[in-house]
Structures are given as structure tokens and as C-alpha cells.
Design a protein around this ligand. Structure first.
Ligand SMILES: Cc1cc2nc3c(=O)[nH]c(=O)nc-3n(C[C@H](O)[C@H](O)[C@H](O)COP(=O)(O)OP(=O)(O)OC[C@H]3O[C@@H](n4cnc5c(N)ncnc54)[C@H](O)[C@@H]3O)c2cc1C
Length: 410
């Protein structure tokens, strides 16, 4: 029997798990750290499959955890990326109202942005057209966020893992079969291996609720996966926006609407998306892989109830976003931002991600903010949705401020 002993065991080697490992070392909270992941490569889920946008902090309600950590997290991640010469596309972002009645939302976003410490500027149509000649705004106004940037997320994940390994963090990867014995602070792996820990931190993204439930934590929560498909502009398309172009979002739902994003390359490829369609499995990225019919059926029932109750304005999400996997509807959403885009300009991208959106059965609402719950000798990061990639260093500090008070090892 091989036993790995550690101060802190992190389940999940995504951006959140690895940034927590980074901050545990940086703040000298723990000496021995193990990261356990079920996949034999890191970055196979959200952290390697997202849009790579370093959000500037405009959307989040002042006082929310997202608001607290996004601006600081983006600043720190950006500095980390620049120090390592990883290519960063500092292209900014412009937000436009696709319909006149949404114009007032620009003021709300600007207020939120300023309150959160972000830089924002109102633009008129001419300024918008100077940046993206084909873009349109229904009201003649747009909001400019100069500090939004784009990176290739997988490069960040790979580099972070290398550095953590160099600093002594042990990665146990490809460990899909394990069972927890919370009372004994023990994780039993297959093949005569086990990990004995002082404190466990659950950062398992799309599976985090299932793991929390094994520790008797957060039983009122279940995860609803939403698939994010991307299309892209063909390289020969005459329209190639040089900046992120987003619609004013519906602030009642945690999805930002279909947008144009240039990739982090010297000759950027422009993606359109991601959609936010109910997924048929938490890891059902393609075809019939990893289908979970029972989960999908029960989630559809939840979503139908949300629709009929119009909880949190949910009907608008269904009407405007739930069916965007159908190309004509996606094209129509894209044309609200750039009317000249045609079906022949776009193609389906290989990129696809699944959002791990938490649903609270007690309140019957989707959780809008990050959520982290304490458990027996453990901490459970339950709703690390966007912008958790951007915010990961600052979010990790916030999680550790609380969790380190409960850590017992030495
Ligand atoms: C389509 C899409 C676009 C997005 N765009 C952006 C964006 O532009 N900007 C932004 O800031 N955020 C964005 N996000 C959100 C961002 O990607 C996530 O918030 C972030 O990556 C969450 O990181 P994580 O470490 O919690 O999860 P993950 O990256 O999913 O990591 C979880 C890890 O846990 C492992 N795991 C799961 N179950 C187990 C188990 N039983 N045992 C061991 N290991 C396990 C998995 O293999 C995985 O490696 C986007 C997300 C999606 C899906």
C-alpha cells in the first residue's frame, strides 16, 4: 500500500484548484500539497475550454464575490501572463445594445464597472465604427472596456502546472476511481494507493456538487450543465472585428449572450459564441459521449418549472439563448451585432465547453455568485462559473482566508 501524506489535498486540477495550490505555497499556509485529477491531462474541462477572456469586472453586482475578485484577479492573472511571455491579445471589449430598449443597461453596466474598480468609457457610433466598421448599435451608444484581454487558456493551465510541480506540488492524475473517508481524512485510490490529508479542497468543477454530497455538504444544490458551442468567422470572411464585441447581457441569467471574440494569436481567428444550451451530460462535449439521460431529464423538468414560474426572468433566457445551437438562430443573434455577417461567412468551431451552473433546490433559483461551503476537514468550491478563470488568483485568496482558519495540520 502506498500512502501519500499531505497537508492539503486538492481535488481538481483546473484553474481554481491550481491557483489555490499556488496561493497555499505563496502564503506559506501549507508545505505539502497534492492535486488529484481524474483525467490523465489537465485542461480537459472548463479551464481549458473557455473563451479565454480576462473580464474587466463590468457585470457584477457591487458587493458580490464576483465583483470583489474580478478586477484584482484580472490584474494579477494579466501580470502573471505577461511575465511569462504568453501571448495576450490586449484588444479590449465593446458592448452594444442590440435593441433600443436595452440602451439603459449600458448605464447600469458603467455604474457597476466603476463601482467594481474597472475602467469604462461611453462611445458614440462613430467611435464604435472606427474600431469595428461593420458593428452596429441600436441606440447610437456603446460601452468601451479597454482592459479586457484574451489569452489561450490551455497555455495558462499547462504553464501553471509546470511551475507548481517545480515547487514541489504532487500531481496524481488519471485517478478516476476513488472513494472518500471523511472521518479518517483519507481518499482511497484504486491499486493499493491512498492519500491521507489534513484538509481537502474540492475544486472539481462540473462534478463538485457530487463530491460535496459525499462529505454531507450542499445537498440542496445540484449542478445544471449548459453547453457552450462556438462558431467562427472563416479566415477569408471580409469582416474581422479586432476587438471583443458583446451585446448588453440579460443580467438575470449568468450567460453573456453570443459575442465575437478574437483569439490570442498574432492573426486572430474570430469566434462567435458560446451558446448556453442545456447539455445532455455534464461532460457531453460531442455526439453521444458521456450522455446522462436521467440527469438530463430531471434537469429539463427543473428548467421547465423555471420557465413557467418565470423565475428570475428565466423566460427571456429560453426565448433568446436556449436554442442558439441552431445555426439560423445563432446567425440572427450575431447579426444583431454585425448585420453584414452571412451564413457563408461562418463555420462550426472545434471548440466547445460546458458551464457548471449550480441550482438551489430550496430557493428554486440558479446561483448567480461564486459559492464555497465548509465541510468536515474540507472546503467545497461549488459554483466556480465565469469569471472564475479571470479571477482565479484573487478568488483563491478569498477562499483561503476562510478555509485556512479551519485547517489543522502541522
Ligand atoms: C464555454 C465557456 C466559456 C467561458 N469563458 C470564460 C471566459 O472567457 N473568462 C472567464 O473568466 N471564465 C470563463 N468561463 C468560466 C471558466 O472557464 C470557469 O469558471 C473555470 O475554468 C472554472 O475552473 P475550475 O478549476 O473550477 O473547473 P475545471 O476547469 O472544470 O476543473 C475541474 C477539474 O476537476 C477534475 N475533476 C472532476 N471530477 C473529478 C473527480 N471525481 N476526481 C478528480 N478530479 C475531478 C476535472 O478533471 C477538472 O480537471 C467559461 C466557461 C465555459 C464553459
Amino acid at each position: 500500500m502506498t500512502t501519500y501524506n499531505c497537508d492539503v489535498l486538492i481535488i481538481g486540477g483546473g484553474m481554481v484548484g491550481m491557483c489555490i495550490a499556488h496561493q497555499l505555497l505563496e502564503r506559506q499556509i501549507a508545505k505539502s500539497i497534492v492535486v488529484l485529477d481524474k483525467e490523465s491531462e489537465l485542461g480537459l474541462h472548463s479551464s481549458g475550454r473557455n473563451s479565454g477572456v480576462l473580464h474587466a469586472g463590468l457585470y457584477y453586482k457591487p458587493g458580490s464575490i464576483k465583483a470583489k475578485v474580478c478586477v484584482d484577479g484580472a490584474r494579477r492573472l494579466r501580470a502573471w501572463i505577461v511575465e511569462r511571455n504568453i501571448y495576450l491579445n490586449t484588444c479590449g471589449k465593446v458592448i452594444v445594445p442590440p435593441r433600443q430598449e436595452l440602451d439603459g443597461q449600458l448605464d447600469l453596466l458603467a455604474e457597476r464597472g466603476k463601482a467594481n474598480g474597472a475602467t469604462v468609457e461611453f462611445w458614440d457610433e462613430q467611435q464604435l465604427r472606427e474600431l469595428i466598421p461593420e458593428a452596429c448599435t441600436s441606440s447610437g451608444r456603446a460601452l468601451w472596456s479597454p482592459n479586457t484581454a484574451v489569452v489561450k487558456p490551455i497555455k495558462v493551465v499547462k504553464r501553471l502546472r509546470e511551475e507548481l510541480q517545480e515547487h514541489g506540488v504532487l500531481f496524481l492524475i488519471g485517478k478516476s476511481e476513488w472513494s472518500a473517508e471523511p472521518k479518517h481524512r483519507l481518499i482511497r485510490l484504486a491499486k493499493d494507493e491512498q492519500v491521507s490529508y489534513g484538509h481537502l479542497i474540492n475544486c472539481a468543477g462540473l462534478q463538485s456538487d457530487r463530491i460535496a454530497h459525499q462529505f454531507g455538504v450542499g445537498r440542496e444544490y445540484t449542478l445544471l450543465p449548459f453547453k457552450g458551442l462556438y462558431w467562427q468567422l472563416k479566415p477569408e470572411c471580409p469582416i474581422q472585428p479586432r476587438s471583443n464585441l458583446y451585446p448588453v447581457p440579460d443580467l438575470n441569467v449568468p450567460f453573456l449572450g453570443v459575442h465575437f471574440t478574437p483569439s490570442a494569436d498574432p492573426n486572430p481567428l474570430i469566434s462567435i459564441g458560446p451558446t448556453a444550451t442545456p447539455a445532455w451530460g455534464r461532460e457531453n462535449y460531442r455526439g453521444i459521449d458521456a450522455l446522462e439521460p436521467a440527469m438530463a431529464a430531471s434537469n429539463l423538468a427543473v428548467l421547465a418549472r423555471q420557465y413557467f414560474a418565470n423565475s428570475g426572468g428565466f423566460r427571456r433566457y429560453v426565448h433568446e439563448q436556449a436554442f442558439l445551437a441552431f445555426p439560423p438562430l445563432l446567425l440572427r443573434a450575431a447579426q444583431q451585432l454585425i448585420p453584414a455577417v452571412r451564413a457563408e461567412h461562418i463555420e462550426l468551431s472545434q471548440k466547445v465547453g460546458i458551464r457548471s451552473q449550480l441550482f438551489n433546490r430550496n430557493t428554486q433559483r440558479l446561483e448567480d455568485d461564486f459559492l464555497c461551503l465548509p465541510g468536515p476537514a474540507s472546503t467545497h468550491v461549488m459554483n466556480a462559473i465565469s469569471p472564475a478563470f479571470t479571477a482565479s488568483f484573487a478568488l483563491s485568496d478569498l477562499i483561503l482566508d476562510e478555509a485556512s482558519q479551519r485547517m489543522e495540520f502541522g
